[in-house]
Design a protein. Structure first.
Length: 371
């Protein structure tokens, strides 16, 4: 029977973050993943390290994670851009939020008098007259989510981590993980299965009010270069640091009055560019315990229409459509001890790519005291 220091259940970014930090501490690690490769939220997102717009402990985790992303990109060899994010304003109240945000975070304000600087930053959107200005968030990064987590897994395997792919975990007990391929003895375990925590620990999921958040996302063709991630006034309603800005409520009131269907759909109008030039665009949010399998076309139409308006083009050609699902709960992070020597860990706020590499050391610090 195999015996290791740590068994990690789940090979998404949260699970890999724990494996990465455990290996760096000299622990032996085995990762168990039900699919033949990571296929969940970690590969279906924007690939956006949205560090600057976090707040509280999420900001601390995000800034710690940033350094880890840079290290991993060098060591695993995946594509990463330190091009920041541009939060564009298309209304005076959004401009006011950006001015207030500049007092909270280290950002560069850009407006009509700095068009040349704005376009030199790689945003290339000031040809759209509806854009009044922007804030450049220089610390944010972009990766290609379709390759990054796979490259991290390959790096960990090269450094001695054992991966059991296409393997179901049946039970997690103190010092023992039973799988469809046999038993794994361990000193401790981390269960990092995202929204599927209720499949392992249903009482814990009910207690923490964990739901599934369904996202609607698309990839569209684009001919130009837009280097930073691009966020909008809708994004101001979704990222915690903007809540510090008094004018954010004015933006919320106006958008609710002018675009009630978009606010109701939980639209976070934003996009990131992939290395091939195409744009990942989105996204809407729908919350439920069980995900409805049906996809109303009108939600995609809303995202496409609003993104085309933002880009200043008549229409967009869709290359791919998909649904992302992540765990959502009133608290942004789930870290719990459902059984001794085990931590159930999930980022329950849609910012796993941004924070997981900063969250994992805190979880391991706590877990190692019990081992």
């Amino acid at each position: 029977m195999t015996s290791v220091d740590l068994v990690v259940v789940g090979a998404g970014i949260v699970g890999l973050a724990h494996a990465w930090h455990a290996v760096r501490r000299g622990l032996s690690v085995t990762v168990v993943e039900r699919d033949e490769h990571a296929a969940g939220a970690s590969v279906r997102n924007f690939g956006h390290g949205c560090f600057t717009a976090q707040d509280g402990v999420a900001f601390e985790y995000a800034m710690a994670a940033r350094e880890q992303w840079l290290t991993l990109a060098r060591e695993a060899g995946f594509w990463l851009r330190e091009s920041g994010s541009a939060v564009v304003a298309r209304h005076e109240d959004e401009l006011e939020v950006l001015r207030e945000f500049a007092a909270v975070r280290d950002v560069e304000l850009l407006n009509n008098s700095t068009k040349e600087s704005f376009n030199d930053s790689g945003v290339g959107l000031f040809n759209n007259p509806s854009i009044l200005g922007a804030a450049l968030l220089p610390l944010d990064i972009r990766v290609n989510p379709r390759e990054a987590v796979h490259a991290i897994a390959a790096l960990l395997a090269a450094r001695g981590v054992t991966f059991h792919w296409s393997t179901n975990v049946l039970t997690v007990e103190p010092g023992l993980v039973r799988t469809s391929r046999g038993e794994l003895r361990c000193r401790a375990a981390v269960v990092a299965v995202g929204h599927d925590v209720d499949r392992f620990f249903p009482d814990l999921a009910e207690e923490r009010e964990i739901q599934r958040c369904q996202l609607r996302m698309l990839r569209v063709a684009h001919g130009g270069v837009i280097d930073p991630a691009v966020l909008t006034g809708f994004s101001m309603l979704r990222y915690e640091a903007f809540a510090r800005c008094p004018s954010t409520e004015k933006v919320r009131e106006r958008l609710t009055n002018d675009h009630p269907e978009l606010v109701e759909a939980g639209l976070n109008l934003m996009f990131t560019q992939l290395p091939d030039g195409s744009l990942t665009i989105g996204d809407t949010h729908h919350y439920s315990r069980t995900v409805d399998p049906y996809r109303p076309e009108d939600l995609d139409d809303l995202v496409l229409t609003e993104t085309a308006r933002l880009l200043g083009v008549p229409s967009l050609r869709v290359l791919e459509r998909w649904r992302g699902i992540y765990a959502s709960a009133p608290e942004p992070f789930l870290t719990a001890t459902p059984v001794p020597l085990t931590r159930a860990v999930s980022v329950t706020s849609g910012i796993g790519m941004t924070t997981a590499l900063g969250l994992a050391p805190a979880v391991l610090d706590d877990l190692l005291q019990e081992m």
